[in-house]
Design a protein around this ligand. Structure first.
Ligand code: AMP
Ligand code: TRP
Length: 345
């Protein structure tokens, strides 16, 4: 992949964009790896946050379920502190500019680039022939989401790094092929926080995911305090006590995962968390972790449920966000069409 240019300063105004799919429940992984980092960025950046409902369609979605999940994710983002007056929150399908730009990027990205995407390989599984073509070009739509606004900074979890490198390559190739230096910015990923890759509670080598068939593998933002405590109590561990330093995590992915989650929830580094809980038995530590998780998540869940009592208000917020998003992307799309030689008004 192409290295970023370090010498010339970007002419683009700093702008944050991130997206999240409305598929199933939001997990603690989504929260610690991504969403939690979104609200603080509002202080220093103009932020655009998007519920990417068109990405969700790359695998079949029940329409009523998709609509409900879109509102749930929007409510979760507002509950986590997204300020929908000062910044933009909307669902992707309300701004068709993303899909239009994605088409142009389908013509820029190379088969070889997409063939290397590990998320496609994971999601398509063994039956690649049966995957939708949308799933294959998913990263092109993601690049379009970001570049339709010339966003410069993208907060995501570790698993999205490869997609952002591809988006960067698309921007660079577009700028080169049409000789429009700096037309699109070179995107910077923001991979923030202590828990950039939260693992399954049942298998410390697998990512915690909304789509894991076992609900015991994840903590959902909609779980009750009892469910959270039960899942942590039943989380897979090993027979040893917790290590006292990070080196002690070698070969112990479950211990590392639970301590990392604890550190992130209590706003400390893994090292300082270990100085507090290192050497403990898992039983005692799990109780402390469950208390921390409940204390942290309960106010968010309560606020999310409160917001969901008024779905019409959520729809109104998303529609208003969509209008504002469109106003930002429309002039950029016009420039793109002109650059490509498409005749438009
Ligand atoms: P998705 O659920 O795939 O739409 O992901 C939305 C955001 O959550 C992305 O920024 C992901 O990188 C992040 N994310 C999802 N799962 C995890 C996880 N297990 N650990 C850390 N971040 C995650
Ligand atoms: N692909 C991302 C994920 O699965 C979601 C996403 C879509 C996204 N478009 C984006 C993230 C643009 C950041 C920027 O997590």
């Amino acid at each position: 992949m192409t290295a970023p240019s370090k010498t010339t300063p970007s002419p683009h105004k700093p702008r944050v964009f991130s997206g999240i799919q409305p598929t199933g429940n939001l997990t603690l992984g989504n929260y610690l790896g991504a969403i939690r980092n979104w609200a603080p960025l509002q202080k220093d950046y103009e932020c655009i946050y998007c519920v990417v409902d068109q990405h969700a369609l790359t695998v079949f979605q029940d329409p009523a379920g998709l609509r409900e999940a879109t509102r749930q994710v929007a409510a979760a983002l507002i509950a986590c502190g997204i300020d929908t007056d000062k910044h933009i929150l909307f669902n992707q399908s309300q701004n068709p500019d993303h899909a239009e730009l994605a088409w142009y990027f389908n013509c820029v990205a190379r088969m070889g680039w997409l063939n290397r995407m590990t998320q496609f390989k994971e999601k398509a599984g063994s039956n690649k022939e049966n995957a939708s073509t949308g799933l294959f070009v998913y990263p092109n739509l993601m690049a379009a989401d970001i570049l339709a606004y010339r966003a410069t900074h993208v907060p995501v979890g570790e698993d999205q790094k490869q997609h952002l490198e591809l988006a960067r390559d698309i921007a660079i190739k577009f700028n080169n092929d049409w000789s429009v230096a700096d037309f699109f910015p070179v995107i910077e990923p923001l991979i923030l926080g202590e828990a950039t890759r939260v693992m399954s509670l049942r298998d410390g080598t697998k990512k915690m995911s909304k789509s894991d068939p076992s609900d015991m593998s994840r903590i959902n933002l909609t779980d009750t305090a009892d469910e959270i405590a039960k899942k942590i109590k039943k989380a897979k561990t090993d027979p040893e006590n917790l290590p006292t330093d990070k080196k002690g995590f070698a070969g112990r992915p479950e211990a590392e995962n639970l301590v990392t989650i604890y550190a992130a929830l209590t706003h400390q580094t893994v090292e300082t968390a270990l100085s507090e809980i290192g050497g403990s038995q898992f039983g005692a530590f799990k109780q402390i972790l469950a208390d921390a998780a409940v204390a942290h998540l309960e106010p968010i869940t309560t606020e999310m449920n409160r917001l969901l009592e008024d779905r019409a208000e959520i729809d109104r917020i998303l529609a208003k966000g969509g209008e504002r998003a469109k106003a930002l992307s429309a002039p950029i799309l016009k420039e793109v069409r002109d650059t490509l030689g498409l005749v438009s008004a």
